[in-house]
Structure formats: C-alpha cells, structure tokens
Ligand binder design. Structure first.
Ligand code: ZN
Length: 483
C-alpha cells in the first residue's frame, strides 16, 4: 500500500447508454428487450446488401437532450462514420458511429469528492451510434461446440459518452457514474438498466508517479456490469499496474476483462487504435444538422436536473442537503414528494417523516421507496394529523407499523384505527380548565400579548385527551376561555 501513495491513477470512462426509443436507429424494427431471438430484424439491421439506413428523428432528439443535460455544446453539423471491424455479431462488417465530428462536445459533470468538495469532470464528447447483436455462448445443448447469434439488438440506438481523463481514484469513477446515471434518468431518454445492458461502462486506467505530467500507458477494462464492479476492477487494476512498474516491468496497452467472481482482471487482446478501424464518412447518410431552432425546441423538454432540484428543495422546504439527496434519488420520487409537501400544512414535517419513519421501515424490510405501502400523499396526510394535534407522535408510529404490516396506505389504516374523537364541549372544557390551571406562566405570556402560545395549550389539551379531542373544537374553546 505504501507504493500506492507514490503513484497517481488516471482514469477516463466511456459509457454507452441505450436510448429509450420504440424503434431502432436506422430502421423501423422494435427495440423491445427480451423478444424471441432474431424476431425484431429487417434487411437494414441484418446488413443485407442494398438496404439503406434512415435516421430515427426521436434518437437525435433524445441524444441532444442528454447532451444538454451533461452541459455539452451541440455541434450544429455532425457526421456519421463507418467503424470497420469484423465480429460475428456485426452483420454489416462495420458499425455506423460518429468519429471526428460528433453530435456534442465539451460537457461536464460536477461530482462530490471524498473530502466533501466539488470537482468538475470534463466530458470530451457524446456521439450517436448503433449497437451490435449478441453472441450467445451458453444455454444451448451444444453450447460446448457452437455459439448462437441474436440480432435483435443490432441497430439499437446508443449514445457513447466519453469523459476526459480527469478521474483520480476508483471512488471518483464510482461517483461520476452515479451522477451520470442520475442525470440521464432525469432526462427520461434511457432506463439505464444495467442488467439489460441499457448502460455499459468501459474504463481506461493508467498510473504515473505523482507529480509527473505525462500519462502512463493505459489499459482498458471492458463491459463491467455494475458500478460497484467498476470500482473493484479499477482498484485491482491500479494495484496490478503498480506492481508491474515496481518490479521494473512495463504496462502493455491492452483490453482487459474483469472477472467479478475472482475479483481480478485478465488480458483479453491488445487494444485497438483508431487507425485499426479505418473510419470514413458514412456514404449512405447525409450530415446530421441540428440547427439552433431545433435545439431550442428540444431544450424546452429539459427537466430541472437533480443538482438544481436539491438546492431548490433545501430552500423551499427547509430540509437538509442530505434529506434532499434521498428525496431526489429518482425524478418520480421527487415529483411525488413535492406534490405531497406542497399540499401539506408543514412541508418540513413531511420531509422529516419520510426520513425518520418511512425510510427506516423500508430499509428494515428491504423495500425500495417505490414499493412503499405508504404513499407520499399518505405521509403528507399523517403529517397534517400530527401537526393539528389529532394524533400523537406515538400514535403515528403505531399507525405506520400497522400500514407496513397490512401493506395498506396510511389513510386507509387511519380510517380504521383512528381514536374515538371527543367532540363534547363539556368534556373538552374541563380538560382546558385543568391545562390552564397547570400553566400559569404560559397564561401570563398569552395575556401579555404572545398569542402564538395558544399552540402550547392546544398541544397540552390534545395530550391530556390522548389525542382524542377534536382539535378544531379545542382551538375554538381555548380562544373563548383565554379571551
Ligand atoms: Zn431492422
């Protein structure tokens, strides 16, 4: 580990994100995941001779939206290019991608560092390309001798997002990926489902002696299928490179695969260079022009992004940045929360209940927020009840427990379990008299003009009635008594 401090890792990430369009990028075939093999195909995505690509407009709009969310500059004109290589899952023998004139460039994502500060990670480029098919090496009776091919994925629209080599630790890479995914999810252009391959990540990593300007020789770790594994693979690879260098060896530029079961990377092949692909402009497609008018139209669909939303929510609801972080984890959760909070008497109380009562119970039962029996509206409803004194904090906890036990929303449980209300004037008046008699100091303050202290009296009466007194009645009668 001592050697580790002598060297500085340099990491850059290439992320492929599948766009959530109904059809493929250059043909009308469905992009539906999980269809029977080779059913969503046509002459275009099968690469049959003479078939011509037609660009899907929605793909362009989704990609531009993603680029804008990542603070990229949109190039008004970008060029599709052929990337030539042979692989069984690539029927045309080339992939249509973008090369020297990508759709967008010069973006960034701000990440939080371990020290608590912010760091800006540059995004070199975002370009459009088509996905390849899938070779199936497992699951058939003769998988020992044969591989099968499913071309449903061939021609699925992707954006590739390439970062600058600005990341200096596996932790920063993890943070960058988390933020990137969050932003893309907010734009709604991808579901970022890693199990289904909608988000894939390759990591370039090298090491250099601290203080040295030049980069070391990098290796590329391919297709790691979770952010946690990306972090682990980088940790392993950095240690491996340090060992090689410390022993007087040299790093070979190569592509490596991460084996998550063994926690190590393996050399796969020497890394390709750009010239290996013999890029040239795609002759079957015109330059892509996204003029400023079209850009403005797309920009109108840009939602408020998570970082801005967190800051606003902190100001608007008086919650902490940490609370805001939890509540903005997905756009739909944030929407639900805000809708509920705006309707509630005390938005801060709603945020508190989510944090203190809801999250803990969800965690204990291993449930995601979207599986919560209590909706955000339910939380807001319960907050109002506590706020008005209709139920005590203890009662609220019991009702939350019941809601989780029965898998029912809070209002349903409350209707069934709510305490018998006392609305009878004489009984309430008697309780009020007792409370006033027991609180001479507060009475004095009230009479001296501090009328806000009425809240204290309401609370005391509600407590005395074990939450059963009708709060409106209590308010009304108290005002009369106090004069
Ligand atoms: Zn097709």
């Amino acid at each position: 580990m001592q050697a580790g401090s002598k060297y500085e890792p340099v990491i850059g990430l290439e992320v492929h994100v599948q766009l959530l369009t109904a059809t493929k990028i250059f043909c009308g075939c469905s992009t539906q995941f999980g269809s029977p093999p080779n059913t969503n195909v046509c002459p275009v995505c099968l690469g049959l001779p003479g078939a011509l690509p037609v660009l899907n407009k929605q793909v362009v709009e989704f990609a531009v939206l993603a680029a804008m969310a990542l603070n990229c500059r949109i190039n008004e004109t970008s060029i599709f290019a052929r990337k030539n290589y042979f692989y069984p899952d690539l029927p045309k023998g080339y992939q249509i991608s973008q090369y020297d004139k990508p759709l967008a460039e010069h973006g960034y994502i701000d990440i939080e560092t371990a020290a608590g500060g912010a760091k800006r990670i540059g995004i070199t480029r975002l370009h459009l390309e088509e996905d390849a098919g899938k070779s199936l090496h497992e699951g058939f009776h003769d998988s020992g001798e044969r591989s099968y091919i499913d071309l449903n994925r061939s021609g699925t629209p992707l954006v590739e997002i390439v970062s600058e080599p600005d990341l200096r630790s596996p932790e920063e890479a993890f943070e960058y990926l988390t933020r990137l995914k969050e932003i893309i999810l907010y734009t709604g252009v991808s579901d970022c489902n890693m199990e289904e391959g909608s988000l894939r990540c390759d990591a370039n990593v090298s090491i250099r002696p601290r203080g040295q300007k030049e980069f070391g020789t990098k290796t590329e770790i391919k297709n790691v299928n979770s952010f946690r594994f990306v972090r682990q693979a980088l940790e392993y690879e950095i240690e491996r490179q340090i060992e090689v260098v410390e022993e007087g060896g040299r790093i070979t530029q190569e592509t490596r695969l991460y084996n998550s079961a063994e926690g190590r990377t393996y050399g796969m092949r020497s890394k390709e260079h750009a010239h290996d692909y013999r890029y040239f402009p795609e002759p079957d497609l015109l330059p892509l022009v996204v003029d400023s008018q079209w850009q403005q139209k797309i920009k109108a669909n840009l939602p408020e992004l998570p970082e801005a939303r967190r800051s606003r929510m902190v100001n608007e609801y008086g919650i902490t940045m940490q609370d805001a972080g939890v509540l903005t984890a997905t756009r739909s959760l944030a929407d639900q929360f805000e809708e509920a909070a705006r309707a509630a008497k005390n938005p801060k109380k709603v945020a508190n209940l989510v944090q203190s009562e809801l999250m803990g119970r969800l965690k204990a039962q291993n449930l995601g927020i979207e599986q919560s029996p209590i909706s955000m509206k339910g939380v807001a409803f319960s907050a109002d009840l506590v706020e008005s004194g209709a139920i005590s904090g203890k009662m609220l906890k019991d009702l939350y427990d019941l809601a989780f036990e029965r898998n029912q929303d809070f209002p349903v449980v409350y209707e069934k379990e709510k305490p018998q209300q006392i609305s009878d004037d004489a009984t309430i008046e008697k309780m009020i008299d007792e409370v006033i008699a027991a609180s001479p100091k507060q009475l004095e303050q009230y009479r001296a003009g501090k009328t806000t202290i009425i809240g204290f009296f309401v609370g005391q009466v509600m407590k005395a009635s074990k939450g059963q007194a009708n709060p409106e009645k209590v308010n009304e009668l108290l005002k009369k008594k106090l004069g």
